[in-house]
Ligand binder design. Structure first.
Ligand code: ME8
Length: 526
């Protein structure tokens, strides 16, 4: 059962108050599809000007289906991409899937499937989610694609030829879940579900194993001071500030050289090291290069590679803020403009993750709460600096209060035929808002006008620093203030003035004495 409480007069959209039972978005699938294809097509135009913008999400592992956390990164990137398009930028927006590595090899084995078939299947699920949720990506990359293999091999050869990769051996801790090497200080003791004592990553809580292998090493240690210099010279390169400081802190310590290959006997599912068929390229080196592949590396990346911005979750900050800049410096390529970091969605205080099995299905939730509703919720409630606990009830309450009641109510009040018979954008009534003194407007009304006037600049500022929730908060505050004005002026209680121009404000004297007194008392109280 759904209750339409308002109809937009000039568009096909309607806003519904959410009922506790699931319902489908009223926005027509056709409208949405058209919008998306316009957004996608915009960015395929090649342009040499300095108004190019390139935004990426992480590429997601295909060991399991997508969850709400993945959609969150994609919605932030989509939002910034759309914002740049509105500003007239030629924006490229890439997302996709990370399909190589031990973790995927093991997941395919466990499923009894050929790895590529397994990857294709899960990758399609991510794509389907993003298409269903209006993520207007312009490129969807899979690391199993030929173009990516070529880019990775080229990138490797550049690092090798410059002497930044050498043959060596690695002995230490490795977490397959995180596909990450760890130092002894990053490892702690734990007990698994069967009561066995195990070692885990202190950061992720995932199990680690001791490994000893002959492989290729990258001279990460040689890049510590250059990465530090880059960050000191670009204090907004990692945002928010909290994560910038975290990386600066990491850089106070020495960076050990990094193992960038695994023995083929252990890891077959990956790109072979050029010139050494016994070794497979480390999945993180492989994965990070996806950003270059999409940009057109190795031949045609110049337009996009100067203007790259990465959205990442805080779990993969180390890879993007230490390894990636070092790899790029080694290859003689420009560094990303910005790494926007966001925190995590938790459920019952625990990070939503495939391995913990506490994931929220984003497809099912966006059917329940509508796609726009879910997108709004994620952007409005997700705070980059700190984790956010997810509950359905929070979504329900937020959407009903801010979208249905506040925004919907305001629109209803402004567009109701009785108040706005001409169905136009209304002008202010001269008796209410003259420039001279002695008008009916009170100081709060002028504050509201001022807030609305400043809103575009405020929103822009917040978007630039990826504080989308603050932009939405500012918009919501204006909606509340404007609703307040309508409540004081009670246009719905009297006759609208100047029906030819659609002026909103009623004359006070048109109201009953009771209403006039109520209005005056309310004003006096304020
Ligand atoms: O790390 N809350 O892939 P991944 C918010 N393939 N965001 C979350 C989240 C949560 N609970 N869980 C995941 C990988 N994410 C690598 C990336 S990039 C070159 C390679 C989001 O499938 C967030 O963006 O584990 C996080 O960084 C990413 O998904 C990790 O996805």
């Amino acid at each position: 059962m759904r209750t339409p409480f308002l109809l937009f007069t000039r568009s096909c959209k309607a806003i519904y108050r959410l009922q506790r039972s699931p319902f489908f978005s009223p926005v027509s699938a056709l409208c949405r599809q058209q919008t998306i294809s316009v957004l996608r097509n915009t960015s395929t135009v090649s342009c040499e000007d300095d108004r190019s913008y390139y935004i990426t999400t992480p590429i997601f592992y295909v060991n399991a289906s997508p969850h709400l956390g993945h959609l969150y990164s994609a919605v932030i990137a989509d939002c910034l991409h759309r914002y740049k398009l509105l500003q007239g930028f030629n924006s490229k927006f890439a997302t996709g899937t990370d399909e190589h590595g031990l973790k995927i090899q093991q997941a395919a084995e466990a499923a009894g499937k050929d790895p590529l078939i397994f990857c294709t299947n899960v990758s399609e699920r991510f794509k389907h989610l993003f298409n269903s949720c209006d993520i207007s990506y312009t490129d969807y990359i899979r690391t199993t694609e030929q173009r990516h293999h070529q880019a990775v091999k080229h990138f490797w050869s550049v690092l090798w030829n410059k002497g930044f990769i050498y043959k060596g051996s690695y002995e230490g801790w490795y977490s397959t879940q995180d596909e990450s090497f760890l130092t002894a200080l990053q490892v702690g003791d734990a007990v698994d579900s069967s009561g066995n004592e195990i070692k885990v990553s202190l950061d992720s809580g995932h199990k680690v194993e001791w490994m000893k292998e002959e492989n290729y090493m990258f001279r990460l240690s040689a890049f510590r001071s250059q990465v530090l210099e880059w960050l000191k010279g670009n204090p907004r390169a990692i945002q928010p500030e909290l994560f910038y400081q975290t990386v600066l802190q990491w850089l106070q310590e020495d960076l050990p050289d990094l193992s960038v290959s695994r023995q083929r006997s252990r890891l077959q599912w990956g790109i072979p090291v050029p010139g050494d068929a016994d070794q497979t390229i480390y999945v993180w080196l492989d994965a990070l290069v996806n950003y270059l592949t999409v940009a057109g590396y190795p031949d045609k990346h110049n337009q996009w590679w100067n203007v790259a911005h990465h959205i990442v979750g805080k779990d993969i900050l180390k890879f993007h803020a230490l390894y990636w800049p070092a790899f790029l410096l080694g290859a003689g390529l420009p560094l990303p403009q910005t790494i926007y970091v966001h925190s995590h969605w938790t459920v019952g205080g625990k990070k939503m993750s495939k391995s913990l099995g506490n994931v929220v299905d984003p497809l099912e939730r966006s059917k329940k709460f509508t796609t726009d509703g879910m997108r709004y919720f994620l952007l409005r409630q997700g705070v980059p600096d700190s984790d956010c606990d997810y509950t359905d009830d929070k979504v329900f309450k937020l959407l009903n209060s801010e979208l249905a009641d506040s925004l919907g109510g305001l629109l209803n009040r402004c567009t109701a035929p009785a108040l706005n018979p001409a169905q136009v954008y209304t002008a202010f009534c001269p008796q209410s808002f003259p420039s001279e003194q002695g008008c009916r407007a009170v100081v709060e009304d002028y504050h509201m006008l001022d807030a609305v006037k400043k809103l575009p600049a405020v929103v822009e500022n917040h978007y630039e620093s990826m504080h989308v929730y603050k932009a939405l908060e500012a918009i919501s505050a204006c909606v509340r203030q404007t609703n307040g004005l309508v409540e004081w002026t009670v246009p719905f209680e009297g006759r609208a003035l100047g029906s030819d121009t659609g002026v909103l404000f009623t004359r006070l004297e048109n109201l009953s004495m009771d209403k006039q007194n109520l209005y005056k008392t309310k004003k006096a109280k304020k």
